[in-house]
Design a protein around this ligand. Structure first.
Ligand code: DX5
Ligand code: ZN
Length: 220
């Protein structure tokens, strides 16, 4: 399974998103966090801004929707051209219907799990998804510490995918850095979101390369 690096622009210089994205053209996706101050206690941006980022065409957009009522809002992000649309299990009322709608609109469909949400209840739904996001912090803010207590869930998720014979990415998001990425890769993650680690680094592209090398070295 290929290693995918998706820097989060949440803690970048958002007054110059274009300039920030141009720094990380060696990444695979731009991870764009949508927060509604309702599902999470923080507010970022919505569809018009994300659509503009997509139109810039610098990197494919991986939209992480930390919003209430994704059943209503998520398809718009697929329509806008996001390459991947992630909604939260805790927020969706009809996750199967929603995943199918996102895929039909041409995007990868992904399911996100907050730290207290287990994968067990979603195992039978795996074929509906292209990626499972195991949150490694409580969603809402960048710059938090990686929760090592999420590693067993990463492992269980990868095992369930392998048992089902599926080709699904496992993404980790929150506190991913040179210190933590190897543990996450070793547990079975192949897609890594890193916000502060990349955008606080002097050389953002160099940091992306370094994270990729470390993940490749620990992947199974
Ligand atoms: C947190 C967001 C993350 C965040 C990660 O709720 O989903 O994508 O930007 O930032 P770091 O890498 O700083 O933890
Ligand atoms: Zn995110």
């Amino acid at each position: 399974m290929g290693i995918v690096i998706s820097p989060s622009i949440l803690n970048s210089d958002v007054s110059d998103i274009r300039g920030e994205l141009e720094k990380i053209q060696n990444a695979d996706f731009a991870h764009v966090d949508v927060m509604d101050n309702h599902f999470v206690p923080n507010l970022t941006w919505g569809l018009p801004v994300v659509e503009r980022i997509v139109q810039r065409g610098i990197l494919p957009v991986d939209a992480h929707l930390m919003i209430a009522d994704p059943d209503r809002w998520a398809p718009g992000y697929a329509e806008a051209g996001c390459a991947s649309v992630t909604f939260h299990a805790e927020a969706a009322s009809a996750p199967i219907r929603l995943a199918r709608e996102i895929r039909k609109l041409g995007a990868r469909a992904a399911l996100a799990l907050k730290p207290a949400t287990d994968i067990a209840a979603y195992e039978d739904l795996l074929p509906e998804f292209d990626m499972i996001l195991v949150m490694t912090v409580e969603p809402g803010f960048g710059g938090q510490s990686f929760l090592d207590s999420m590693l067993p869930k990463v492992r269980r998720t990868r095992e369930a995918i392998e048992r089902a014979g599926l080709d699904i990415w496992v993404q980790v998001d929150g506190g991913v850095s040179q210190e933590t990425i190897e543990r996450a890769a070793e547990a079975g993650a192949n897609n890594f979101v890193a916000g502060s680690a990349v955008f606080k680094a002097e050389d953002a592209a160099g940091e992306v390369d370094r994270l990729r090398e470390l993940a490749i070295g620990s992947a199974h």
